[in-house]
Design a protein around this ligand. Structure first.
Ligand SMILES: Cc1cc2nc3c(=O)[nH]c(=O)nc-3n(C[C@H](O)[C@H](O)[C@H](O)COP(=O)(O)OP(=O)(O)OC[C@H]3O[C@@H](n4cnc5c(N)ncnc54)[C@H](O)[C@@H]3O)c2cc1C
Length: 465
């Protein structure tokens, strides 16, 4: 744990606009301590908010010289930007921006900038990039660890769209990684970036919305279909054709949940089509769902920068939440009634887990593969078991975790352990071993070698050591 004089020395090394919070009872400290989830949330000895790249460098150098462990925090949506009193949190929320370079069709993301901010700024210029369906996710960590977006089948994973990175390494140096400099590091940053340094800025590809969506507003059809939960088998069966129809770029979630405000258990299909004629086509693409007669359905054209807005209630901080994604290689409708039964049992045993959702994320077309090697090992996957557990009471966590494991086992039925793939940007060890996140052996070996070269002491996490 750093001493008061060490923290004072850190404070003295920072620029005047930087902030160091070391009183856990203060309102500011508590506000910056908040995360999307309280799972494993710990209280550090200080939260430091750099305001410049120079501040970031001073903090890493100080941490090295005092032997103080640290974690970086951007959007605070993961379970990993928290540390106990032995260490400090480097909170990047006051060091955050996004700029667009029109002549190069590139966006540069800085520090803790959130996805929504990036989407809005790019929309002003009539361009877009690969961003999550969740506004508050930190844009840099999203890109660094893969990054799945509704545009993956058109533009690839977010990590495939990284052009350059500027980072502070465990050695306390500022380094640029690009096609010309430290190319090996660029390979690692494109899919496993969090484990290699504090990324102060990331330059990513941007695309004219006219090219991607066929209209100047970047609009596409987005909707949802709601059915009572006892119709789960028919809905899942009807979706078999929809999810496997690769003619159109369509995708969404098939979700077992009790959506607010009624909290009636339901099977909810969220659905989108990206096509110049998406509004006309959606009736044909989702005909099987309309034919079933949903109890409610809604949809319309939205611009890409509003893609995450309908999920805003899921972004609320606090409670005990976990988002875990595991790959499914073949769509099997027969798993849904079993998952629905597990959801029912879980919410009966732990009513405070009612906001939980068990779902399958589907894409009708595979993510566009890159033409270069990257650390991202998730290409070729169109379906993910996308499970969000959410309970309000700490005591329910163990029971809820048990149900989560059962749901994952159901969705992995028929897979050999060697075929298990975990989404790189959800959970880490021990729940999600590193070989499942970077599952190709050659890729993993290369990453391990690079980790030994750039961060042998695991300052940025020990996963690859
Ligand atoms: C509700 C929800 C929805 C999501 N939706 C999607 C989605 O649609 N697609 C998708 O791919 N993922 C999605 N995710 C996963 C999300 O992309 C990852 O959890 C991501 O790491 C969160 O980044 P953050 O900045 O918000 O979190 P943080 O907890 O702040 O950071 C995440 C990790 O990155 C490290 N880190 C933070 N900033 C930096 C930096 N500048 N340099 C190096 N390391 C840094 C942190 O130490 C931590 O280990 C979702 C997650 C949630 C909870």
């Amino acid at each position: 744990m750093p001493s008061t004089s060490q923290l004072q020395a850190l404070r003295d090394s920072l620029t005047p606009d930087a902030t160091l919070l070391s009183d856990p009872s203060s309102f500011e400290f508590q506000a910056h301590l908040q995360r999307w989830s309280n799972v494993n949330l710990r209280t550090p000895s200080a939260i430091v908010l750099p305001s410049t790249e120079e501040d970031c460098l001073s903090i890493i150098k100080w941490a090295r010289s005092t032997g103080t462990p640290f974690v970086c925090k951007s959007g605070g949506m993961s379970l990993y930007s928290t540390i106990d009193e032995a260490g400090i949190v480097i909170d990047l929320s006051d060091f955050s921006s996004v700029t667009y370079n029109e002549s190069r069709s590139e966006a540069t993301l800085v520090g803790g900038v959130r996805s929504k901010e990036v989407a809005m700024e790019l929309a002003r210029h009539g361009v877009c990039t690969t961003l999550p369906s969740s506004n508050t996710v930190g844009a840099i960590p999203f890109f660094l660890n893969g990054g799945n977006s509704p545009l993956a089948s058109k533009l690839g994973y977010a990590s495939d769209n990284i052009l350059r990175a500027r980072l502070i390494t465990a050695g306390g140096e500022i380094v640029n990684a690009s096609d010309d400099e430290h190319t090996d590091l660029l390979f690692a940053i494109r899919g496993a970036g969090q484990f290699f340094g504090l990324v102060v800025s990331l330059t990513v590809r941007a695309y004219p919305v006219l090219e991607v969506f066929g209209n100047a507003q970047g609009r596409f059809w987005n909707g949802r279909f709601i059915f009572p939960l006892d119709r789960v088998a028919e809905v899942a069966e009807a979706m078999r054709h929809v999810v496997n129809n690769s003619t159109y770029c369509a995708g969404g979630l098939i979700m077992i949940a009790a959506p607010p405000p009624t909290r009636c258990p339901a099977i909810v299909v969220t659905a989108r089509v990206i096509h110049p004629k998406s509004e006309e086509l959606q009736g044909e693409v989702f005909k099987a769902l309309y034919d079933l007669g949903p109890v409610a359905s809604a949809g319309g054209m939205i611009p890409i920068e509003n893609n995450g807005d309908s999920l805003q209630p899921l972004m609320a901080p606090g409670d005990f939440k976990k988002l875990r994604l595991t790959a499914i290689h073949v769509y099997d409708p027969s798993v849904f009634p079993e998952i629905a039964e597990l959801w029912r049992q879980m919410t009966t045993t732990c009513p405070d887990a009612m906001p939980s959702m068990f779902s399958i994320l589907w894409e009708s077309q595979s993510p566009l593969p890159p033409t270069f090697a990257t650390a991202n090992g998730m290409h070729g996957i169109r379906f993910w078991a996308n499970n969000l557990t959410w309970c309000t009471s700490a005591e329910s966590q163990e029971v809820v975790q048990g149900y989560l494991e059962k749901v994952i086992a159901v969705t992995r039925r028929g897979q050999k352990p060697v075929e298990y793939v975990d989404f790189a940007n959800s959970l880490r060890e021990p729940e999600s071993p590193v070989h499942r996140r970077y599952h190709d052996l050659e890729r993993l070996q290369r990453l391990r070698r690079l980790k030994m070269e750039w961060d042998p002491e695991g300052l940025f996490g020990g996963d690859l050591l």
